[in-house]
Design a protein around this ligand. Structure first.
Ligand SMILES: [Zn+2]
Length: 453
């Protein structure tokens, strides 16, 4: 008996050990191609990306956060928070209390980033895990005193190939293993600004290059044996819309520029009045029919863009395709930053890997939903956030989900079956219980004959 107990006990321990050595922690690579407008996917050819989607999932529209700019949206993806909550409220910011400035060229002060905890920090606090970043806004800043274990200082001149080489090397060779990694690329944003999204010829060329980079990424992951076990999300921060020299809003025509400081210009201008706020507001309010002017307290709730000191007392929101300028000509042919309800501002999301279904298409999610989904995949406890995990359940193999058309179909189908069955039962019952028509027993002539004579 003693021997049996010992054998059973040692068997249990071996079983547990066996399990843990085989179940490696899940890994996730998050890729952003800056400014990849959702409908590029419908309007251009992407053979490599379409292959990736065929074996994975596609979310056709990701509703991003207002303002639809690069730094704020990249930080929302990795924190699940609206801009007013994570504190990166624009690419250009000013904090009235500390008098600090932030810009895309001067973004290294942790002060700006510390209002939230990005997923690479949370991932690294888990035992035996590390994070890596081949550039992503904020990854070269010690946020809460933590950078990813492996990261590159931001430089737009570093090639995609070098970034990809670094990230795959870190994914393979690190100890503790890299379980969360980011990869960032500046296109098609840069070309979208330069040519405008309506320049089909140039955008065709640029988007073909992007597709080739995706082909390169998948090929490299396959060669290195990472493809089957690594979860890969390819997404973006925002879309792009066409601007025009005929759609300019010149603030200098409406107000003396010495009466305010301009913290951010277009298409959402952040205005810090130097004189009476109401006076500045009243002048700007009538400046253009193609621009909404809001006092901070009146910013529509749907923008989730109000409760932060870094949001200035007045903001101006240009209509789609309009550019706010100061006595200057059109600075760029394409831009983003506009209202996040515009579909031209939305990016897409595609994902592949053991956590995701194969060949599944989904209409839309919010960009803040990506964070709780990534935490789920990595087995991390998410920080409080504005995302909804339920919105992404249909993408994941380990979740039970049912979408609305399917649910309606199932309910209608079930009702039809029930009705048919009930009908059948009623018919059967009627048949069984119908009394036989009464008929007098026909006596034959010899029936009167006694049976026994
Ligand atoms: Zn961007």
């Amino acid at each position: 008996m003693k021997l049996l107990v010992i054998l059973l006990f040692s068997g249990l321990i071996t079983g547990c050990r066996g399990n843990s050595s085989h179940s490696l922690p899940p890994k996730l690579l998050l890729v952003s191609f800056d400014g990849f407008r959702a409908d590029y996917l419908q309007n251009y050819e992407f053979p490599h990306l379409q292959n990736f989607i065929k074996e994975g999932v596609l979310v056709e529209h990701v509703k991003n956060v207002f303002i639809t700019k690069t730094f704020p949206n990249h930080y929302s993806i990795v924190t699940g928070l609206y801009e007013e909550s994570h504190g990166i409220v624009a690419n250009s910011m000013y904090d009235v209390i500390t008098k600090k400035h932030f810009s895309d060229l001067d973004d290294k002060d942790p002060f700006w980033w510390n209002e939230a905890v990005p997923i690479w920090v949370t991932n690294q606090l888990q035992e035996n895990r590390s994070s890596a970043a081949a550039m992503w806004p904020g990854t070269d800043v010690p946020i809460h005193n933590t950078t990813p274990s492996y990261f590159m200082n931001y430089s737009s001149s570093v090639s995609f190939e070098e970034r990809l080489n670094n990230i795959t090397t870190w994914l393979i060779n690190s100890n503790p293993p890299v379980t969360f990694a980011t990869l960032y690329w500046e296109e098609p944003d840069a070309s979208g600004h330069k040519y405008g999204p309506e320049d089909k010829e140039n955008m065709y060329r640029v988007l073909k290059e992007i597709d080739d980079l995706i082909g390169e990424l998948v090929h490299k992951l396959k060669v290195l044996g990472l493809w089957e076990n690594l979860n890969v999300i390819i997404t973006s921060d925002h879309g792009m819309t066409q601007c025009s020299k005929d759609r300019l809003i010149n603030l200098d025509r409406c107000i003396d520029n010495s009466s305010y400081a301009l913290i951010d210009l277009t298409p959402v201008a952040a205005v810090l009045p130097k004189i009476n706020t109401t006076e500045v507001y009243n002048k700007l309010k009538v400046c253009s029919p193609h621009m909404n002017v809001y006092l901070k307290e009146d910013i529509p709730a749907r923008f989730h863009y109000q409760h932060n000191n870094r949001i200035q007392p007045i903001i101006l929101v240009a209509d789609e395709g309009w550019t706010i300028v100061l006595n200057k000509s059109l600075p760029k042919l394409g831009d983003h930053g506009y209202d996040n309800s515009l579909s031209s501002m939305h990016p897409f999301l595609a994902a592949h890997g053991p956590a995701f279904h194969k060949g599944y298409k989904h209409n839309t999610i919010n960009s803040v939903d990506i964070y709780p989904m990534m935490c789920h995949i990595l087995g991390l406890k998410p920080h409080p956030n504005n995302g909804t995990f339920g919105h992404t359940k249909c993408l994941l193999v380990d979740q039970w989900c049912i979408n609305l058309p399917e649910a309606v179909g199932i309910v209608i189908g079930a009702l039809l079956v029930l009705t048919t069955l009930t009908g059948l039962i009623i018919i059967m019952q009627n048949r069984l219980s119908v009394p036989r028509p009464f008929s007098r027993l026909q006596l034959q002539e010899d029936d009167d004959d006694p049976l026994i004579e």
